[in-house]
Design a protein around this ligand. Sequence first.
Ligand SMILES: [Zn+2]
Length: 248
Amino acid sequence: MDVSLQVSLLGELNQADKAIWALEDEAAARPRELRAREEALQEKKRAREAAEAGHAARDRERRAREKELLEVEARARRAEENADRVTNQAQYDASQREVQALRERADALGEEALALIDEVDALARGVAEARAAEGAAAAERDDLARTAAARLAAIDGELSGRRSERDRVAGEMDPAVLARYRRAVASPGARGGVTVCRDGVCQTCRRQVPPQILNEAEAFRALHACPSCGRLILNVLRPEAAGSPESA
Ligand SMILES: [Zn+2]
């Protein structure tokens, strides 16, 4: 077996796989993003409905207060007219007290109605803001849905290209090497399948790799895996190869 060729093909295969995994992850993330955006929109919708309900309730209260004010004012006018028809001082005093009480009640109702008008105005501004926020959230959701659909279609195209590239490389590989790579990819914690060693250390799991393994891998005498993480060793970099002057 030409180990050097197999390692080179393994590198190509892994590049194609990494591109495929990234595309698959991206495709899987799109529905989650859309759901998050949809939930944000529903939250704005609930806030808008609550704002509208609060505004409507206060506005009903304002109308009731204004109606009561008109009734009290009408009663006060009738009481004043009746005052002309009294026949003695006691009736006159009683009539004056009634008029006075009704006027005071009307003043209080007038003030309450004015305060409610201010409150209803403020609530109406809140409703307008809540509607604008809901509209913005809906536009964001629609935008994302459109771009997500376009991106998913592009991902599909890229994926089929990458997959046929991967299949082509896999077809050129030694089946035993391919099987070892597939096992490394499938083993827990070894996703990626391959690694590079630098200065005797696996660059993925950061553990020391025995010198004999490094020597054989470097000379392409055998295809080795990192004993700690199980990833196949694609490349062995020495301090000299790293171009570090002080260690040369
Ligand atoms: Zn390792």
